[in-house]
Write a new protein. Structure first.
Length: 111
């Protein structure tokens, strides 16, 4: 069980209890906290970007296509991060305005 307490920007107090399930037979409280933090980093760094920036939840792709689109979104995010982008939304807009920059990320040289 992980307890979290914080004050939001609007002054409201929040308290959250999360129950963690692990396949490890024994895990210390510190290890469980590290697992929880690692999960949150994945959630914030990938899933949130896929949903909010790339609109994954609004996608109308069905029947086998969602897995392919998720893989393409993950690839795009990975390429942008490898290129040094801290803000995926801003990097996406830059690449939309300059397609030759996007092609360069995947190794295509435009003459």
């Amino acid at each position: 069980m992980v307890e979290r307490e914080w004050w939001a920007g609007d002054g409201t107090h929040h308290y959250q209890v999360r129950y963690l399930i692990t396949s490890r037979a024994t895990a210390s409280a510190e290890q469980l906290l590290n697992y929880s933090r690692a999960h949150c980093q994945i959630e914030d760094g990938l899933h949130y970007v896929r949903d909010e920036t790339l609109g994954e939840d609004r996608s109308q792709v069905r029947k086998g296509g969602p897995a392919v689109m998720a893989a393409l979104r993950n690839t795009a995010i990975g390429l942008l991060r490898r290129a040094g982008a801290a803000n995926i939304a801003a990097a996406t807009r830059r690449n939309l305005m300059h397609p030759q920059r996007a092609l360069k990320l995947v190794g295509v040289q435009v003459l």
